[in-house]
Design a protein. Sequence first.
Length: 305
Amino acid sequence: MTPEKPTRLTNPLTNRRALHRTHSLGEKFLAAITWGAAILTIAVLLYLLLFILIKGLPHIKLSLFQPVYNSENVSMLPAIISTVIMAVMTLLIAVPMGLFAAIYLVEYARRGNKAVVLVRTTTETLAGIPSIVYGLFGMLFFVYFLGWGFSLRAGAFTLAIMILPLIMRSSEEALKAVPDTYRDGAFGLGAGRLRTVFRVVLPSAMPGILAGIILATGRIVGETAALIYTAGTVAQIPKFYNHAAEEFMWEQSARTLSVHMYALSREGLHINEGYATAVILLFVVIFLNTLSSQIAKRIGGKEKA
């Protein structure tokens, strides 16, 4: 009989050190990738900001804020006013639909309901569709099929469909963040579900809902592709009622600030004014994002408290 080979004893301390060394190398590698991605992102952002500011700030002048647009002053004031009108119209359409849909999904729908799963899947799918596809759909459906033409309402309904997933998801997450003890306390005091939702849940979730609405407003302000095919590019301040064409304000064509910048850069005759418009648009987007982040911080502070 052959003698049995002695079993090799392993040192647990050695194995622990080797495992710790492997984990340390993996953590350092992941940390290096994270820091590299962060530095690259910050560098690209700073480059874009400095490029736009250097190119645009010297060309901001009073003629860009004249009430009437012409080929000499290429005023952006009509575009600014049209942007505000477009944002208000879009939010009036999208916010009630998105908010009430989120209330139904969180407060009324049963968990595991197939319809709820279908709605959430559809919402996530709509959020990933490129804006140019929304523009083509809006042109085919609102502009031609419904006969609205290139108008503010065609652009507003197209943008409402585009930002609806964002408002729904942000409102849904804000409603889910409200503790169930709030609902149980309201039910214990004899309040119905409807009163509980509007008197207890919604006020507590309002900061998160407002943050989503502000982010949606930033997307409205910066949108170009969807509006070129629906709202048109007419550079004039919309009138409440145009007696010459017998059109109300929402039936008139207009260009927003981002479309105005695109039109100037495409023509190639007013590149400097296009950079100046980019500066104003940049300030508007930064303001909206800062406001949204402040609301998010307040939400985090309240939850910690």
